[in-house]
Ligand binder design. Structure first.
Ligand SMILES: [Zn+2]
Length: 271
């Protein structure tokens, strides 16, 4: 550790330009909510992390969706190799149909994420690039000078992942949106071992995004939701009805809501 700047010496070594220059270019989503899309550039290769949209603010009457500015990518169309998706929220995948109409590249993401993307593409009558395919956490995809490994994280949508992006200059770790939940609703805990492993290998750049990370304390586990709902079901039983509303992109939450109901066995719920 350098006593002047506080930077680990290994970081300095990894950051030193050797075989080429590595660039991380946020094209949206930095310092704002929505339209998450970032480019990682090395040599003649550009890969993208996520491709999301934003929803209009109150001062945008008549605007339905806000798309990221991809002028840089259009100008370097031939160098764009692939899009790697961290999870299936709109602010991370919502711009894909509009993007693919202009630049057709393979897309990689976990099964649920790719399923949501395919539904969107059908609506827009756009086809996935034939090389696109779903991945499992732990899988690695090699594209040009990049090798991208997916690792599991916890988020408010299942099948969320972070990315370990290896390249000739130094490793980038992108967490995607995440929280650490030791008892997640879907039973899949974030891959702490993978994080420890890549940390010991040496990380050039960590990009971490966790809502309210500046607030002290811990976010309760998603599993607590079930206990919190039970009293409301009891109230509902007296009233004769209980209406549960869930975020559409959180199917494990709807299961949690139905699962703790005394009428779960006769529920015909669609989300
Ligand atoms: Zn998210």
């Amino acid at each position: 550790m350098c006593s002047v700047c506080g930077i680990n010496r290994r970081w300095v070594t990894l950051a030193r330009p050797g075989p080429g220059k590595l660039q991380f270019i946020p094209l949206g989503g930095l310092g704002e909510i929505g339209k998450n899309i970032s480019a990682v550039v090395y040599g003649n290769d550009i890969i993208l992390i996520d491709c999301g949209l934003a929803f209009p603010e109150v001062d945008m009457p008549g605007i339905d969706l806000v798309l990221p500015d991809i002028t840089y990518l259009l100008e370097n169309k031939d160098r764009v190799r692939a899009i790697f998706l961290t999870h299936g929220h709109e602010d991370h995948i919502g711009a894909i149909p509009y993007f693919l109409k202009q630049i057709s590249v393979p897309i990689y993401g976990t099964r649920l994420t790719m399923g949501i993307v395919e539904m969107k593409l059908q609506e827009h009558q756009v086809s996935l690039h034939p090389k696109s395919h779903p991945v499992e956490p732990g899988d690695t995809v090699k594209v040009g000078n990049f090798s991208v490994e997916f690792f599991r994280v916890n988020h408010s949508i299942p099948d969320a992942t972070g990315l370990i992006i290896r390249n000739p200059v130094g490793t980038i770790v992108h967490t995607g949106d995440f929280k650490f939940d030791h008892t997640p609703v879907d039973g899949h805990v974030a891959d702490f071992h993978k994080l420890a492993q890549v940390g010991s290998e040496g990380v050039l750049l960590l990009l971490a995004d966790s809502t309210n990370a500046e607030r002290p304390g811990y976010t309760p586990s998603g599993k607590n939701g079930r206990e919190n709902l039970r009293p409301h079901y009891r109230t509902g039983q007296r009233a004769g009805a209980c209406l549960v509303v869930c975020v559409a992109s959180a199917p494990h939450s709807s299961g949690r809501g139905v699962g703790c109901s005394p009428w779960a066995s006769c529920c015909r719920c669609r989300t």
